[in-house]
Design a protein around this ligand. Sequence first.
Ligand SMILES: Nc1ncnc2c1ncn2[C@@H]1O[C@H](COP(=O)(O)OP(=O)(O)O)[C@@H](O)[C@H]1O
Ligand SMILES: [Mg+2]
Length: 346
Amino acid sequence: MLNFNWFKRLFKSYDIAEDTQHVPYTPMEYPSIYGTKIWAVGGGKGGVGKTLLATNLGILLSKNQKRVLLIDADLGAANLHTFLGVDGGRTALSSFLKEEVPDLQSLAVKTPIPNLDLISGAKDSLDVADIKPDKVARLKDALRKVDYDYAILDIGPGTSSTLLDMFLISNEGIILSTPEPTTIENNYRFLKCLFLRKIKTLADAQDDGKLKDLLQKVFSEKWSQRVKTVSDILNQLSTLDPEQGRVLREHVSNTNISMVMNQMKKNEDKEIGSSIKRACSDYFGIDIGYLGSVSYEECVSDSIRNRKPLTIHYSSSGAARGIESCLNNLLNKNKGSNGFSTINQF
Ligand SMILES: Nc1ncnc2c1ncn2[C@@H]1O[C@H](COP(=O)(O)OP(=O)(O)O)[C@@H](O)[C@H]1O
Ligand SMILES: [Mg+2]
């Protein structure tokens, strides 16, 4: 069951604090003037394999002659460079967010892997909570000006507005899960916050405040008992105002999210992916693509300790093949479309 007090509080605080800094996000027709596809790897929990996946998706794409920019956006625990077996470098994404450098491209450094460039995370510890919403808008703007086939953001765990907004910059959001209940719980919370953030951002963007008023009604004493899921919000809102309901439903379903299950140990775990997919459809009223699973293997930690990337030095392992299969499913999912059809606008 969802705890909507969080959302009510979020809504009440609409005009104060962080949102005084709010920069309106204008919907982009295309994510980049160069057609760069932006992928984000994220989720509610740390230590589950987000950086492993982001790094190896980048490596596999670059092996396929795609020009890739990997961006370490986990500023609290930036370590993507280690997965690539390179040093963190002297400049980092934190320099851009602190406005010490004007653009992203100047931060990108070549890696030993052809076609693969890297922007490291943070030179020193930088509290993600300190990053104001306008900095995410600046990042989004700057991403439009990088010239690659793919830019992959490795996003830190949690549900802060900054992290959610970073995730929503992407054309394709990939959530990493493991079969453990704690990861599933955190990811469920992550998704809930993500959709509520999307709803709030749409309401914020409307000048007449109509949607905001309707949402306040949905959360009023009279209605709130009937509102248990994001799906319920959409249904109740449609009852109150079919047109606003339609717009909101379209906005929420216009979210491109897929899930990968990592650290799979048992056969029965394989069912979990499809169960999560069903639950997402019930609770959030949207389809989450399930890209597949990656097995738990010793060689993953060997590859990190030896600073030898998995999909290069352990390419025949089950884990590497699992990541490759997830990538193929993701690319196939977008086949036939230009890959920009369902941008995660916010
Ligand atoms: N498929 C796997 N098999 C074995 N160990 C794994 C696997 N995926 C991740 N790990 C372990 O989990 C640790 C955390 O992975 P990482 O990608 O850094 O997580 P996150 O970015 O989500 O914090 C790694 O150092 C690795 O030892
Ligand atoms: Mg990480």
